[in-house]
Write a protein that binds this ligand. Structure first.
Ligand code: NAD
Length: 244
């Protein structure tokens, strides 16, 4: 079967899919951001005011990501690819847990914490310098390097690519996102009208927009359960039994 005719699962993930791997979410009261107000570490203004603090914050994020391991949700999505499903992942996460689980098509909407980029040209991206980014590390154009992360208040360069992918979905699976960060959250509107959309999140009842099926479970339970159904039947569908 040609790839274009394989069922295409488009997965949209947020911080919640990495929570069971030990990476704190954004909005949880014990979340990493509780100690670090967003405007002091993840905005262009923060970078202008205190770049050393911003770099220290991302050094700590990187340590956390390196210690974390993919959980059953990341692994189930990767396993689906080996069974003839076409799986495209659009993640808001800056960690690399989807890749480490084995997923091959991963679009990082908000960048990747394990990479560096130029401050003057976002297309100039680099492997992380040994020991992390330091003040004085520069790109090929001579400007300071910064984390390859999209900060609050910045444009999201890959948003159009993500919308194109969403428009190809036979089923859109949304996992572990509060759908509060724009424009990312509006991605759901780009899925085809007749493609089912499922949200797996312990808070799904409260968060899911109208028309979205809610699976109020942690990702490590809900995602493998869905994937088991799809692998068994060789098709993408929303099993009623899971929703009871
Ligand atoms: P968010 O913190 O706003 O929402 C997290 C969601 O995860 C919540 O809806 C919560 O109910 C859910 N959740 C908590 N535990 C879960 C579990 N075990 N299984 C499934 N869902 C669970 O996160 P967001 O919507 O992704 O937006 C936050 C922004 O912060 C994003 O832009 C992202 O780039 C960034 N961020 C990234 C990481 C990471 O890379 N792992 C971590 C924190 C924040």
């Amino acid at each position: 079967m040609g790839e274009s005719r394989q069922p295409h699962l488009v997965v949209f993930t947020g911080a919640g899919i990495s929570a069971e791997s030990g990476i704190q979410t954004f909005r949880a009261s014990d979340g990493l951001w509780a100690d670090h107000p967003v405007e002091e570490v993840a905005t262009p203004g923060a970078w202008r005011r205190d770049p050393a603090r911003v770099l220290r914050f991302y050094d700590a994020r990187r340590d956390q990501v390196r210690r974390a391991r993919p959980n059953p949700a990341h692994k189930a999505l990767a396993a689906l690819e080996t069974q003839g499903f076409r799986v495209s992942i659009i993640t808001q996460n800056i960690d690399d847990l989807h890749e480490r689980a084995g997923s091959r098509r991963v679009l990082h909407l908000h960048g990747e914490v394990l990479k560096a980029r130029s401050t003057v040209d976002p297309r100039l991206r680099y492997p992380l310098p040994r020991g992390g980014i330091r003040l004085g590390d520069v790109c090929d154009k001579g400007s300071q390097l910064r984390p390859d992360v999209v900060w609050f208040g910045e444009a999201v360069p890959l948003f159009a690519d993500a919308c194109e992918l969403a428009a190809e979905a036979d089923l859109l699976l949304v996992v572990g996102t509060s759908l509060a960060v724009m424009p990312a959250a509006s991605l759901l509107e780009y899925a085809p009208f007749d493609a089912p959309c499922v949200l797996v999140d312990p808070e799904a009842e409260a968060l899911a927009p109208p028309g979205v099926t809610r699976l109020s479970q942690p990702a490590g339970k809900g995602v493998p359960a869905l994937v088991r159904h799809w692998r068994r039947e060789g098709r993408l569908w929303v099993p009623e039994t899971l929703l009871e």
